[in-house]
Design a protein around this ligand. Structure first.
Ligand code: MN
Length: 193
């Protein structure tokens, strides 16, 4: 079994002006595809791992019976594939509010505005490449933090709910070094909240 690029459910220009069509096209067809290709290469000689859910591999990274270079590749490219698959899904040209999630966020963070402020700060202050995350933790509670590179919340036994890609490839064409502007604009295309 080989991993494949999941369908994108909207056009490249559907998120404009907040995310431009060229950034979407390159991000989806080049960056995401590259994670998938390298993940498939890393798993080539481990047919039993190809049958297990990717989430399961990321939860059990240190226990996988694989070469160290393949363990690193599964972490980076497996994480890259799952992270981006979620990212495309939670964005869209129209809001589709998740009322249950909104209630839970309000209960945990006081208000949606406060949640957005804290999440935006985590994304803006993250040094270098990585993601800001809203996750469900091991106690079934909402939690937010940032992680470097393509590290997956699954590797902490957390379930990702909202992720914001703050790698420069996600915004550089349109925003250059202005990451905070990209973050502020991104709330317009996050469809859940
Ligand atoms: Mn990315």
């Amino acid at each position: 079994m080989k991993y494949e690029l999941p369908p994108l459910l909207y056009a490249y220009d559907a998120l404009e002006p907040h995310i431009d069509a060229k950034t979407m096209e390159i991000h989806y067809t080049k960056h995401h595809q590259a994670y998938i290709d390298k993940l498939n290469t890393a798993l080539e000689k481990y047919s039993e791992l190809q049958e297990r859910p990717l989430e399961d591999l990321l939860k059990n990274l240190s226990n996988l019976k694989v070469d160290e270079k393949d363990r690193t590749a599964i972490k980076n490219h497996g994480g890259g594939h799952l992270n981006h698959s979620l990212f495309w899904q939670i964005m869209g040209p129209r809001k589709e509010p998740d009322e249950e999630l909104i209630k839970e966020v309000e209960a945990e963070f006081g208000s949606i505005d406060n949640f957005k402020k804290l999440f935006s700060e985590a994304a803006a202050n993250h040094f270098g490449s990585g993601w800001a995350w809203l996750v469900r933790n091991e106690d079934n509670k909402l939690q937010l933090y940032s992680l470097p590179n393509q590290d997956s919340p699954y590797s902490k036994n957390h379930t990702p709910i909202i992720g914001l890609d703050v790698w420069e490839h996600a915004y550089y064409l349109n925003y250059q070094n202005r990451r905070p502007e990209y973050i502020e604009a991104w709330w317009n295309v996050l469809k859940l909240i």
